[in-house]
Design a protein. Sequence first.
Length: 241
Amino acid sequence: MRILVVNVNTTQSITDSIGQQAVGAASPGTEIVPLTPSFGAESVEGNYESYLAAIAVMETVRAYPEPFEAVIQAGYGEHGREGLQELLDVPVVDITEAAASTAQFLGRSYSVVTSLDRTVPLIEDRLHTAGLSARCASVRASGLAVLDLEQDAKAAVEAIAEQAALAVEEDRAEVICLGCGGMSGLTERVAERTGVPVVDGVTAAVKTAEALVGLGLSTSKVRTYARPRPKRFHNWPPTTG
């Protein structure tokens, strides 16, 4: 099967990192295709950037020329999954929901450790919308911007591990979710620090997508995610020049 893994920002190195994590999680016979949107922000850390990313991700997927069996939206707490589900007849998996769903198989409560504090409300809202907030002990910020994760890996691991440990000790979390696509690859180091299971959203999303495809299941088209009705769109896509 072929799975598209779409980064929500335009930083190619983050796409590469996400792609490597996805490939490492994929089963034999699964082809991972990492994609970077052609427009949008270099990192997504607020509502404006997130809504723009939603459009960019949808247009990137619509433009992909080859057949595919599933799509992963690789942004934590971002908008747009619902639009993709309307557009596509294949499973769409968001890494936020994949991580939280997986965590609930592993413990009574889970916490998310993310980047900046301003992203915390977006993640809380996404978990609430998805019906996954009841067992969320906390969403904690590491204080690192998304691009900081690449620039100082040692400091990033320490900041994330510190907040994860506090989530276990103070918030009584039994599982930790890494709340940023750029945190892929940090699970072992955070698990060593905390002593609890650590879920990476990209890995969880790949396994979830493979399972849905293997079961022959996809999004219901009866009501909420029915395909968009045919209609005229004014000046869309926008023209330049």
